[in-house]
Design a binder for this molecule. Structure first.
Ligand code: SF4
Length: 393
């Protein structure tokens, strides 16, 4: 992949881009585990700075995902960029980064920017990130997608500038509450440093929208590091629900912990990817299926079952809610049936306006996983024939 820039800048874009892959926001629900720590002085190409996400209509969209700097004064125990860790640090000036993005998008290599950063003075680093995005918007006239990370303790004026410039904002909480965060990032202040910027961002976005400004159309998101703080799934999902309901958060990302050499957590056990997967499934239940966190099928320790999808586990625990009449049930009830997702529920409601649904084959054609739904539904009082399944992932 060739862009017209100096070899040094070319290398820095590759390095800071490959390092930014540690941030999993924008992973669209299918994030990969954290890669091995990258401390090499050569190797990454600008292609390593490109992340493909799923855009509207399921279209793959390549983003330049990059750090302004990989230098950091903080000491987050899980992070490869923590202060004092032996690694090569790199920094891009705003005009360097903006120019590199402009060249990459003109060549069709990327269709958006996701900018994050290590921290050397919150105010100073946030200002450099904002200056980068201002150059991209104003000097290079980019009208497409930008996701901008808000650094801990970002100031009100900086958040407002960010909301006016970016389509999506994010603040990585990393942990569900202050006590858990203290085990991961002792220099971060959960309430004042992280929750307050999210609250402010939400208030500012609402105010600007009331004034008729089109700001942060893709909303705000956050990320949690799953595992090393000893938190339960219930703590994580309760925190997400609170953020969805009270701060208009669009999305929470769950990142299974992988230990990194030369960090205080290097001897910790990696978090199984299955736990991350179950958290995404349960989070989907909160955002798309109308469940409350109090309804989720946690065990005595507040964790989700490993052996089955949490929506199926909920159905098994609640026989009083089934069977559901496919031709009469409200959409909210259809959504609680295993195998029926939001698209399937909408398709059923539309299809039954013109004719009665009578078979699993018809449901299958509407996008329902019909064998999974079969034990939980009726067609006008009749239970469908289906193959028995012991469990479904
Ligand atoms: S603030 Fe913490 S998580 Fe962010 S780059 Fe610095 S050490 Fe890593």
């Amino acid at each position: 992949m060739l862009i017209q820039t100096t070899p040094d800048l070319y290398q820095k874009v590759g390095l800071l881009g490959s390092q930014a892959q540690y941030d999993l926001c924008e992973a669209q629900g299918q994030p990969t585990p954290l890669p091995a720590p990258e401390a090499s002085t050569s190797g990454p190409d600008v292609s390593d700075s490109v992340t493909t996400v799923i855009g509207q209509g399921g279209r793959p969209v390549p983003l330049l995902r990059i750090l302004q700097t990989s230098a950091c004064e903080k000491n987050c125990y899980y992070c490869p960029f923590r202060a004092g860790r032996r690694m090569r640090r790199n920094t891009l000036a705003p005009d360097e980064l903006a120019s590199a993005f402009d060249q990459m998008q003109r060549k069709g290599l990327v269709e958006g920017l996701f900018l994050s950063s290590g921290i050397i003075g919150t105010g100073r680093t946030m200002d450099r990130m904002l200056a980068t995005v201002e150059l991209v918007r104003q000097k290079y006239q980019w009208r497409g997608y930008i996701h901008l990370k808000l650094l801990p303790n970002a100031e009100e004026a900086q958040i407002e500038r960010a909301a006016l410039l970016a389509d999506r904002l994010s603040v990585n909480l990393e942990a569900p509450n202050e006590a858990r965060l203290a085990r991961l990032a002792p220099k971060k202040d959960f309430d004042h440093g992280l929750i307050e910027p999210l609250q402010r961002a939400w208030a500012i976005v609402q105010r600007l929208r009331r004034q008729g400004r089109a700001v942060a159309s893709a909303g705000a998101v956050t990320q949690f590091v799953v595992g090393p703080a000893g938190e339960s799934d219930q703590e994580l999902l309760a925190a997400s629900q609170r953020l969805y309901r009270q701060m208009g958060l669009r999305r929470a990302y769950y990142s299974a912990f992988n230990p990194i050499d030369d960090t205080p957590l290097q001897e910790e056990t990696p978090t199984p990817p299955l736990r991350q997967h179950r958290l995404y499934q349960a989070d989907f239940m909160l955002r798309q299926y109308g469940f409350d966190v109090a309804e989720l099928p946690f065990d005595g320790q507040g964790n989700l079952p490993n052996d089955r999808d949490p929506k199926l586990a909920w159905a098994v625990q609640h026989p009083e809610s089934f069977p559901v009449e496919i031709n009469r049930a409200p959409q909210a009830e259809l959504l609680r049936v295993p195998g029926i997702g939001p698209r399937g529920a909408t398709a059923i409601v539309q299809a039954r306006r013109s004719s009665r649904l009578r078979s699993l084959e018809e449901l299958q054609r509407l996008g329902v996983r019909s064998q999974q739904a079969a034990p939980y539904i009726l067609f006008d009082g009749r239970a469908p024939n289906h193959q028995l399944r012991l469990f479904t992932m």
